[in-house]
Design a protein around this ligand. Structure first.
Ligand code: ADP
Ligand code: GN1
Ligand code: MG
Length: 365
């Protein structure tokens, strides 16, 4: 084991002996482990995460956000007769009541969540029903937090979906070209530059107040929702690091970006990467159905555009990271960020072609 997990898990309010602790999941940001503990003869699982402190500089404030949001949603879930341990992320606090520990040996920051049992986080949509369930999950999550006072939240990653800022970050990576990679990816660079006008549309609507700023999840990938292993129904929304003020067009768009593609996010064979209008409709139905009347006209008018914008932003971030030498998104092989960027651009081309149809579908619901 890379870290002394016996000691780390031992610092939390868990009454048992650690049996094993192994790498788990496919997140790009934190290091996730599945810990199995013997609690009076019973094997109980926990999710242990080493928090990415390169990115999350102020861990106290990050964890305070997560504490506030999970405690709020747990209360709401209990009030409506649900099971908070399963339907919400649940922090296990340390023996002294803290939300995380800083391990003296490695300097790493670790947190522990209760393991959501009998549930799966899918990497690609295997059945339309799963995607529908994820839409209902994120819609329901937004409803749950509708009364949560956003002012309590610390903006963990300022400008996270500020596409104007993202574009200028991209330009900086391009100008620096630290690894001399730009010359090999001119086609992808041009793809980004040609679409600069996309960047300011939602940023401006939020700034002028025409579009409401709401508490949003900001990382609404399919693999950030747990679905019941038997029924396929949604269980919980996870990965709460990026809960911040934002637009529902971002949350909606990010789900579409990831879920309406039957191939993996890093699929090297672009023939397998296609935007599915059928899945788009499935998501719209689930999401708008769950949100009901809380969606404004301006939001509705920009949902389809949000899908293109979030795909553009993500592709641009993957490309910038490729130019930077793969320092942000975890990679397992050379060229992975470039493959990720290319899948996003293929999806954008597809979406641009059927944009009118996407808008019509949104209008329908
Ligand atoms: P990252 O920020 O790196 O994406 P996540 O918090 O999304 O990390 O966790 C990575 C994966 O670990 C998820 O996709 C899911 O498969 C699994 N996971 C995370 N939290 C839980 C939990 N409480 N119960 C069960 N599985 C979990
Ligand atoms: C990262 O942590 P994860 O894997 O759920 C990233 C998202 C990207 C996504 C692309 C904090 O999400 O913004 O859309 O990868 N999270 C952060 O797959 O940057
Ligand atoms: Mg995740």
């Amino acid at each position: 084991m890379e870290y002394d997990f016996k000691k780390i898990v031992g610092a939390f309010a868990i009454d048992g002996e650690l049996i094993r602790c192994e790498r788990y999941g496919e997140g790009h940001i934190n290091e996730t482990y599945l810990a199995t503990v013997n609690e009076s003869g019973k094997e109980v699982n926990y999710i242990v995460q080493k928090i990415n402190t390169n990115l999350f500089r102020d861990v106290d404030k990050l964890m305070n956000n997560i504490r506030l949001v999970t405690e709020f949603s747990r209360k709401k879930i209990a009030e409506r007769g649900g099971d908070p341990d399963r339907e919400s992320l649940t922090l296990v606090y340390t023996k002294t009541g803290a939300a995380y520990i800083r391990d003296a040996e490695s300097g790493g920051c670790f947190r522990i969540y209760k393991y959501i049992t009998d549930a799966i986080a899918y990497q690609v949509v295997e059945k339309p029903e799963h995607f529908y369930q994820s839409a209902v999950a994120f819609g329901d999550f937004a409803n749950l937090l509708a009364q949560f006072d956003a002012k309590q939240l610390y903006e963990v990653l300022p400008n996270f979906h500020n596409t104007v800022k993202r574009f200028s970050d991209f330009e900086n990576s391009l100008n620096a070209d630290r690894f001399g990679r730009a010359k090999d990816v001119q086609k992808e660079i041009d793809f980004v530059l040609k679409r600069k006008e996309y960047c300011s549309r939602i940023v401006d609507l939020l700034a002028s107040g025409e579009m409401p700023t709401k508490v949003t999840h900001n990382d609404t990938k399919l693999n950030n929702v747990m679905l019941d292993a038997h029924t396929g129904k949604y269980v919980a929304v996870i990965d709460l690091d990026t809960i911040m003020p934002g637009s529902i067009c971002y949350d909606f768009g990010d789900s579409i970006r990831f879920g309406c593609n039957p191939a993996a996010e890093d699929e090297p064979d672009l023939r397998k990467v296609n935007f599915s209008l059928e899945l788009f409709e499935v998501y719209v139905q689930g999401y708008l159905g769950a949100l009901e009347k809380s969606v404004t006209e301006v939001e509705k008018k920009n949902l389809a555009f949000g899908a293109i914008l979030m795909t553009y932003e993500c592709g641009m971030r993957f490309l910038a990271d490729y130019l930077d030498g793969d320092v942000y998104f975890r990679t397992h092989r050379a060229g992975q960020n470039l493959d990720r960027c290319r899948t996003q651009f293929k999806l954008i081309e597809d979406m641009e072609k059927c944009y009118d149809q996407m808008c019509k579908i949104v209008e329908k619901y």
